[in-house]
Design a protein around this ligand. Structure first.
Ligand code: KIV
Ligand code: ZN
Length: 520
């Protein structure tokens, strides 16, 4: 069936612009898992990373390129021959690949960052796009800081990029400075002034410094852009990028005023949002549109009364349309393996045998402590299990002496590379004692605790705690998460998980290449 709506290409940059922002870094396994979910959700283009930035980025892009079968896999590169060649190499295994190359076009960037004149930039645009075309006929060119650029110069750059073979031209509001009317006018002006613009798709890439990233992207689409670059939960540099879930649900909910459609299966939004939040330890604010904990909660009496009579009174979209179902009361301590297995499948997870056995044991332990077990409890346990499956250090047990009469003491058993190790340590409070205990068993003197965060998975005093720990070592950050009915056990699990990720990162990281300039 053909649709009378124009199709908007959703270009997801969670794994590149999102991942490069503070505290959002992911391991290769985590990126791969996110990429599979994005693909399954119907994202058209997955920007998998910046291959020249580090060995880790290169490997992640390559692995995603090997795995993803539907979406186009994209890698970023500056206007530098080596960058483009490395991106081409990382993307080589992809079924559908795109090289995304960029250079700045604003006077501020030309003068202070690039120290180039306009002619040199134009030459660089031609050279970089031509080189990228040597690897693929799907090339995107971006004008960094486009919204603060001289329009005539910007249009000459776009014309050159298209002449050299760019099939998508991206107009970033890199510093989040534009307002919607102005951004829409810019997209219109580009269509009027660039003679060969019909040979390329115009794309938006808006940052959220003034909270306008989504509004600007939609203004761009109304003016003629047909690709939107965005991220899950709006993560990204500084205040972030346009949030995918907000873009998709606005287009879907207001199709009466916007004759557009996307390929996104909106019912997967909640799952993908939660998976990202757990992976990077960045919970979204409760009142965040679409994916915040309160986005579909009705607190006031008048609203509750209306919704009970007819949901349409106060709901402009259904919770089900974003995959939010009531957290069902599911299993109890008498539930067996088969019941748990079918629940795991119903929640959309696939677990290997070992991971499932561990999950079953933890489910039974939880059922002994917690009367009612909900979907969200199972999801928290599964996420914990998936995240820690390949860890070198495994948490075994913890005993704590806490309370007003110190000293607070932690006694812990861990398995490190197959060897059982124990320690007993005092601290200034139980959490301090736990973290010191782990440091004693596996010393890591250069790592610093940057974040310790606890939240309850469900309501009630017997709720599971989900803890996030962020560690930093030599400028690299990792997030660990852990869930348990006991907050202190969840804290120990989260710290151990973060430490495992740090060890993986240390092993994998070769010196990063200089990526602060935008051109050679
Ligand atoms: O914000 C920006 O300008 C970018 C480019 C690399 C597209 O992220
Ligand atoms: Zn950006």
């Amino acid at each position: 069936m053909t649709s009378d709506k124009d199709r908007i290409i959703i270009f997801d940059t969670t794994l590149r612009d999102g991942e490069q922002s503070p505290g959002c870094s992911m391991t290769l396994d985590e990126k791969l898992r996110m990429a599979k979910l994005l693909d399954e959700m119907g994202v058209d283009v997955i920007e998998a990373g910046f291959p020249i930035a580090s060995q880790g980025d290169f490997e992640a892009v390559q692995e995603i390129a090997k795995t993803i079968k539907n979406a186009t896999v994209c890698g970023l590169s500056r206007a530098i021959e080596r960058d483009i060649d490395v991106a081409g190499e990382a993307l080589a295994p992809a079924e559908n690949r795109r090289i995304h190359t960029f250079i700045s076009t604003s006077p501020q960037h030309l003068q202070y960052q690039l120290q180039m004149n306009e002619d040199q930039v134009l030459e660089s645009v031609a050279g970089s796009v031509t080189r990228a075309r040597g690897f693929t006929d799907n090339v995107e060119w971006s004008a960094m800081d486009a919204t603060r650029s001289d329009i005539d110069f910007l249009c000459r750059c776009i014309e050159t990029a298209i002449k050299c073979g760019a099939t998508t031209v991206n107009i970033p509001d890199t510093v989040g400075y534009a307002v919607p009317t102005e951004f829409g006018d810019l997209i219109r002006a580009i269509q009027e002034k660039v003679p060969n613009i019909d040979k390329a798709v115009i794309s938006t890439h808006c940052h959220n410094d003034l909270g306008l990233a989504v509004a600007n992207s939609l203004a761009g689409v109304e003016a003629g852009a047909r690709q939107i670059e965005c991220t899950i939960n709006g993560i990204g540099e500084r205040a972030g990028n346009a949030a995918l879930e907000e873009i998709v649900m606005t287009i879907k909910t207001r199709s009466d005023t916007m004759p557009f459609e996307t390929n996104i299966k909106s019912e997967m939004i909640t799952k993908v949002s939660r998976t990202l939040a757990t992976t990077i330890g960045f919970n979204v604010q409760p009142n965040k549109a679409i994916v915040g904990a309160n986005a579909f909660a009705h607190e006031s009496g008048i609203h509750q009364d209306g919704v009970l009579k007819n949901a349409e009174t106060y709901e402009i979209m259904t919770p089900e349309s974003v995959g939010l179902t009531r957290s069902e009361l599911v299993l109890g301590k008498h539930s067996g393996r088969a019941a748990l297995k079918s629940k795991v499948e119903e929640l959309g997870y696939e677990l290997g045998d070992n991971a499932f056995q561990d999950l079953f044991k933890r489910f039974k332990d939880l059922a002994d402590k917690k009367k009612s077990i909900f979907d969200d409890d199972i999801i928290a346990l599964i996420e914990d299990e998936v995240a820690t499956e390949h860890d070198r250090i495994k948490f075994v047990s913890l005993q704590i002496i806490a309370g007003t009469k110190g000293p607070q003491t932690a006694e812990m058993e861990l398995i490190v590379d197959g060897e059982t190790k124990t320690a007993k340590v005092e601290g200034k409070g139980p959490v301090d004692a736990i973290f010191k205990c782990i440091r004693e068993i596996e010393p890591h003197p250069n790592a610093h605790l940057q974040l310790y965060q606890v939240h309850a998975v469900t309501g009630g005093t017997d709720a599971q705690a989900e803890v996030t720990v962020r560690l930093e070592e030599d400028g690299k950050t990792v997030n660990g998460s852990g869930a348990d009915a006991d907050t202190l056990v969840a804290s120990a699990r989260a710290y151990v998980h973060a430490l495992n990720k740090l060890m993986t990162k240390r092993a994998k990281t070769k010196p990063a290449l200089e990526v602060d300039g935008a051109v050679a």
